[in-house]
Design a protein around this ligand. Structure first.
Ligand code: C2E
Ligand code: MG
Ligand code: MG
Ligand code: MG
Length: 282
């Protein structure tokens, strides 16, 4: 049942079942022709169910193959060096859309937007890029949450840490993505000025049935609390998981139980309905 649910809400997205071909257009052409799309997955506060943020997730609306998930094309972008271009474009869209949502919906709009940044971008002048996009879109730095990859194998950690800290001084917040799946996470937690981390959905998925996964989630929740970090759980697919996470002190939840990633217009509709996903009130 879980497998069905996991696939259900995003059925049109094909899975990474075959290697990327070499017939893909260059990223600039994909952007120009509107084939790249940003979807948004709402992130809820576990206690009151309010939608605090939304994560920008890129999709490729392929002219013949339909809507493609990022694992179908990000590897090709990584190979040809276009990930920094992608990251910049997604960030620009996300900031633009947040500004628009706040204008349209006021208090019903999310407070923040979460945007993924790739390892390749962290090797560029990403701090200048982020400042530039914020200035262009008029988004307050405090409304931006950048998600750092768990697999980041940063050549100059201290240099990156300095840049993150400078952006942090302006209000940009950094979250470590997919916590628990990478080998270097704990080192990053002390070396990087992060504001929080996201527990990988692998552990959330096992929580109800596996005492071990439950222990790991508990440990990560405690670690976050002791370090003063905001903890988000990924892949929350049912109310039982949401309730358990709230009891363990996990602050935010994201997953199909709250909402699948939505196209921009459907996000507006979702936010207008503002369903409550409170673990407390039901
Ligand atoms: P991520 O940042 O960890 O994003 C969460 C992934 O989990 C998303 O997959 C989302 O659709 C999926 N997901 C969300 N809720 C559930 C759930 O309840 N159950 C299950 N089974 N899955 C859930 P998606 O959109 O395919 O993205 C895959 C990865 O691609 C992302 O993982 C992120 O690392 C990367 N990515 C996506 N968009 C961007 C982007 O704009 N820039 C960069 N650099 N990377 C991106
Ligand atoms: Mg992410
Ligand atoms: Mg993640
Ligand atoms: Mg993940």
């Amino acid at each position: 049942e879980l497998a069905d649910r996991a696939d259900g809400p995003e059925l049109p997205v094909q899975q990474a079942d075959e290697p990327s071909g070499h017939d893909e257009p260059a990223i600039d052409a994909m952007i120009d022709t509107g084939q790249l799309r940003v979807y948004y997955q709402p992130i809820a506060d576990t206690l009151d169910g309010s939608i605090v943020s939304a994560e920008a997730l890129v999709r490729w609306e392929h002219p013949t193959r339909g809507l493609l998930a990022p694992d179908r094309f990000l590897p090709a972008f990584a190979r040809d060096g276009s990930l920094p271009t992608l990251d910049r474009w997604v960030l620009g869209q996300a900031c633009h859309d947040l500004a628009e949502l706040r204008h349209e919906l006021g208090e019903l709009a999310p407070q923040w937007v979460n945007v993924n940044i790739s390892r390749a971008s962290l090797r560029t002048d990403f701090d200048a890029m982020i400042s530039d996009v914020l200035a262009t879109t008029g988004i307050t730095p405090g409304r931006l949450r950048m998600e750092l990859p768990e697999d980041a194998d940063l050549p100059a950690l201290t240099e990156v840490a300095d840049r993150l800290a400078r952006l942090g001084d302006h209000g940009v917040r950094f979250t470590l993505d997919d916590m628990g799946t990478g080998a270097t996470n704990l080192r990053y937690m002390s070396a990087l000025p992060i504001h929080g981390f996201k527990i990988d959905r692998m552990f959330v998925a096992g929580m109800a049935d596996s005492a071990q996964d439950r222990t790991i989630v508990q440990l990560l929740a405690d670690l976050g609390q002791r370090l003063g970090l905001r903890v988000t759980a990924e892949g929350v697919e049912n109310p039982t998981q949401l309730r358990m996470l709230a009891e363990l002190g996990v602050t935010y939840a994201q997953g199909y139980h709250i909402s699948a990633p939505l196209p921009r217009q459907e996000l507006t509709e979702f936010l207008t309905r503002q369903p409550a996903f409170s673990a407390v009130s039901g």
